[in-house]
Write a protein that binds this ligand. Sequence first.
Ligand SMILES: O=C(O)CCC(=O)C(=O)O
Ligand SMILES: [Fe+2]
Length: 517
Amino acid sequence: DYYSAISELERLLDVEAFIIEKFDEYLERAQQEQQEIKRFLSQVEELQQNRGDLEEYFGNPLNAFTTIRRMVHDWKFNVFDHILETNNFETYKTALSESLEKVNFKGPTKEDFKGATRGLLRLQKIYQLPTAQLADGYLSGEENPLNATLSASDCLEVGKNLCEVKEYTYGSEWLLEARKRFHAEPLDFISPNVSEVEILEHLSPAFKGLGNLKLAHKLNNEILDKEHTHEEALKSRIFYETQLARERSGKSTKPEVVPQISEKELKESFQLYTRVCRGELRPSPRKQRKLRCYLSHQNVSYYHLSPFKIEQLSLDPYVAYIHDVISKSEMEQIMEHGKGSMERSRVGQSENATTTEIRTSQNTWLWYDANPWLSKIKQRLEDITGLSTESAEPLQLVNYGIGGQYEPHFDFTETTKDWKGNRLLTALFYLNDVPLGGATAFPFLHLAVPPVKGSLLVWYNLHRSLHKDYRTKHAGCPVLQGSKWICNEWFHEGGQEFKRPCGLSSDEGKFKEFEEK
Ligand SMILES: O=C(O)CCC(=O)C(=O)O
Ligand SMILES: [Fe+2]
């Protein structure tokens, strides 16, 4: 008790002074936090005001990336963490979560954020974009960059995510970029509170991952220069010093670091795919010389009046554009109908189909029965191809996002169980123009077909004898700028007996060498 001795009261005064001190600290912090929240809110408000046309805004992958990043990360660090960790805000907290529940708000997750990073990496790898340029919003050799740049903390997050999946080469570049930007940026722009130490905490292990222990050691020492008692760095220092000493004395050799290239990336078709997407490979003049553009009624009386505009792209296997085959209002109608039910695209057959990085897009199916307004389009597809839709699949609407792609694949499947048979012909409508990237690539044909709004691309996946044509391996190149909307129709074998009769000889095993390439 305090009444029986003055000394205890003295202690009480000490305690009181201590409490005052703590509360002062607390209030100062709270004020600081409020200011930070305010600053963050006004920054976001400014961004919101500058967003302009949404299609165009999100057509810029950097804007898409930073928006997701803001929702996954910045709101949490700058606002919610501050508010939610303080009990005073309990009532505010319930009101907030209730109102979020009311509007059924489900924000992007960490997985979204990682996916966005993987998208940027893919763009960088396939289009060979230098890190600093990409971070500055330069997507190709253009003079004026996109109206978006990444901050030091954006670069840090990209670098962190990449190192997490052992992509140390690119990861270290992003971290170095973060450091450069950290020094260049005005302090009030850095959000959420990045420190140089935090950048170094990731940069040093990244160089260790690359087998550059000397540099990792040097960067680790820089952490210790700034924070003498940094526990992790102190531990790492011992590791680096012993390791480097052993190397010097010849007791251990420099670790051999083999760059991580997946089996899939080593495949010839993948290498060709990236080169075709970049425009480094084109069909030879010898092949191109034989190609024609012409008008055709395809033996349908109606089209004598308004023939199809055909542009051949490859004769064997046959690939061609048919231009201006679908009207603006039809395209809009398709997208409007599909938009509400898009789901992450899957790869594989029915029950085994899974989502994968091989195909980063969303899609939905439009059944002809359920959408009678599609019958005109169905008829047009029959008129163009001369095939029956009796065994065809419903229309598949597809949309690609940040760095969205579909890696090289065949459209035919391994087994066909029913009378419909395999996918004979692919008909692909381009529903929009893609400002950069997003071509349909045929690696073995050295052919990249850029999306042309309102045009249809067709090719046969099977030989005349209905055996698989392995040269038709194809892909959707990553979308570099803008988004990509397409619509697929797959015609199957069934019902084409008189429409596309088989030849007299078998094509089995023809060009089989392309199967595994
Ligand atoms: O996106 C593309 O251009 C190709 C799409 C594709 O190959 C497919 O959906 O099967
Ligand atoms: Fe395909």
